[in-house]
Write a protein that binds this ligand. Sequence first.
Ligand code: OSB
Ligand code: MG
Length: 372
Amino acid sequence: MNIEIERIELFLLKLPYVHFFETSLGREEERTFILVKICAEEIIGYGEVVADTSPLYSYETTSTAWHVLKDYLIPLVLEDSLTNPQDFYEEANKYRGHPMAKAGLELALWDLQGKKEQKPLWKLYGGEKREIPAGVSVGIQDSIPELLERIHAFLQEGYQRIKIKIKPAWDVTICEEIRKIFPDILLQADANGAYSIEDKETLKKLDEFNLLMLEQPFPPYDLWDHSRLQKDMKTSLCLDESILSEETSRKAIEMGSCRIINIKVGRVGGIVEARKIHDFCQERDFPVWCGGMLESGVGRAHNLHLASLPNFKFPNDLSASKRYYAEDLIEPPIEITNQGTIEVPESPGIGVFPQEERIKKATLKHEVFKAR
Ligand code: OSB
Ligand code: MG
């Protein structure tokens, strides 16, 4: 299908969090990210680039993504007319790395295609679930009582599982305290790479707490030490930062580095790659789930469509708009049902409606690229 694209706009946006978010990488009070808007034949497609201002979770930043989009990726669409997301994916792959930049633009092309075909994205992707099990990621707090209070409040809101962030000295005791009060909840822990194989004995103590999984104990490059740890732990390891593609998924599975894979569309470079990982894992009966990057409603809606695929087997890091932002960019806001799920939008494309005046209010920088 061919679409005549008129222009692509990039927005650098800043939204304050309702509550700070702290991981082993540090504490953040607000989120700065890039919104991609593609205008064509009266329709508009939106994508979100999840890169942060600092290269902490990954090497990409809002500045590197802006540069790569402006100088390399946007020209593929405007000059080489690669408007089909699959074609864009293949051409964009001649450039090494920068998956978050690639994903943001590819997502906007998918939204455009869905709107052109008058179909919600989940249908384009071959999704099946209409409601997505919602889990919440709870950051490191200033004290244990504050953490327990937050967990309690999220459970009241209906979230099906709690993920806590851990780091050395905020790990075993924390799990112990949580299990004293909430012995039966679905609980998992995410270290964002804060440990090394030297910490094996500490990590093995986490086996006591019946965790659903332990996410990314070691740094991204380290499939080998993850496989050594997995052999010695009862708890299933899940890889997030280490999984960059179908290829790294295959290697992680072959090496026994984990038993579960977290898919984030930004980290793997788009929906095409995310679906490859999904399908590869599904054929091997290896479960995946959908991670999050504290997205605005645009990125969150994109994640919902992806998470409707059948091999997403655990509650996802997909929560309500109000868990992060006082005012999300979209209408209607994303909400949790009484069953602790989120409904996949039904309108064409992402199926939610970004609000122009809210985007304007949050904008730090804006640039327009026109087709010639
Ligand atoms: O490791 O999953 C992570 C947020 C930013 C960077 C990394 C991670 C996270 C989260 C938040 O855990 C998940 C969400 O968006 O709800
Ligand atoms: Mg993670």
